[in-house]
Ligand binder design. Structure first.
Ligand code: SF4
Ligand code: SF4
Length: 315
């Protein structure tokens, strides 16, 4: 099976190849065992995931962002890596092949722009032609040559994708004033980052979270963006994102669903990189905790809490 067919079988329909020399390498240590960068190519992958509307709409009194209502995309990419390695090793043995997402040796958004898959909007999000900004980026880094990747059905996109129309809707809607006139975004005040922050929050931070309506992540600047509008082509995402969806329609229902998860289930969601206490702290800002069954929800995943914050870019 060609690499392009494998990717499509796994629900990835938007991808493009570029030389690694055109990527900004930020964590070269992750390329341990690879040939020199001049010998490597990258296949940038744009994986669509369901929008809040496709997940049944949202609540405004303590929701969680769409990316966290589905199972963790890191596990999806890890499984994809195994399948790609197995397939290529059988036909092209001994080649360097790795798949990364978030915890990546390159600046992924910049590489995706360079690969012709989309643009970076004024809201700071990557906006793809295929799935708007509700996409996960990942990449195959490989020693397969440019012509070998072409033979594998991996295109090199030449067309300039349609971009941010600078309508200002994201700036007007942002509850934290993160998006500047010049399109510069101040991610330190972003609600998504605040909801994922450990420890006590200041009064101002708590107020900002309440104003947003989000207890984890924030979809507001994506929701209002016309690039995520109804005119978009049919969005197809991996079947992996169909199972285990969090379907609660209020903060109480969502928190209750999460509280009932055992540790191994909890670990399959993107928010599990933080202890349950962080989520519970946020939900307490929205409703009476008495309705949540959070008894005995002490977490055992302390080590995840120390994961590099930079490697969790979504929401
Ligand atoms: S809302 Fe408008 S300005 Fe903001 S990213 Fe989307 S198109 Fe660009
Ligand atoms: S994620 Fe929310 S808080 Fe952050 S920039 Fe977008 S709208 Fe503003």
């Amino acid at each position: 099976m060609k690499l392009c067919e494998l990717l499509e079988n796994e629900g990835v329909f938007s991808f493009s190849r570029i030389p690694m020399s055109k990527c900004r390498v930020t964590k070269e240590r992750l390329l341990g065992g690879a040939p020199s960068i001049s010998m490597l190519n990258a296949v940038i992958l744009c994986v669509i995931y369901p929008t809040p509307r496709e997940l049944g709409g949202r609540t405004h009194d303590g929701d969680i962002a769409a990316f966290s209502k589905i199972r963790d995309y890191h596990a999806y990419f890890a499984s994809l890596e195994k399948k790609i390695k197995r397939e290529l090793e059988a036909r092209r043995p001994g080649r360097y092949v790795r798949v990364f997402s978030d915890h990546s040796p390159i600046d992924e958004r910049r590489a995706a722009v360079e690969a012709g898959l989309g643009v970076i909007g004024e809201n700071g999000l990557f906006i793809s032609e295929s799935g708007g900004s509700y996409v996960f980026l990942g990449e195959i880094v490989t020693s397969l040559s440019d012509s070998e990747l072409s033979d594998e059905g991996i295109p090199r996109l030449e067309k300039k994708p349609r971009g941010c129309v600078k309508c200002g809707r994201c700036r007007a809607a942002c509850p934290a004033g993160c998006i500047g006139e010049d399109g510069e975004s101040k991610k330190t005040t972003c609600v998504s980052a605040l909801t994922q922050k450990k420890g006590e929050l200041s009064k101002e931070e708590r107020e900002r979270i309440i104003k947003s309506g989000f207890a984890w992540g924030c979809d507001i600047c994506a929701e209002v963006c016309p690039m995520n509008g109804a005119g978009q082509k049919k969005r197809v995402y991996p079947a992996y994102f169909d199972k285990g969806r969090i379907l609660g329609r209020s903060a109480a229902e969502i928190m209750s669903e999460i509280s009932k998860m055992d540790e191994s289930t909890y670990a399959t969601y993107p928010f599990s990189w933080r202890k349950r206490e962080v989520l519970e702290r946020n939900f307490m800002l929205f409703a009476d905790l008495a309705v949540y069954d959070i008894q005995g929800s002490e977490t055992k995943n302390d080590d995840k809490d120390d994961k590099d914050d930079e490697d969790n870019k979504n929401g």
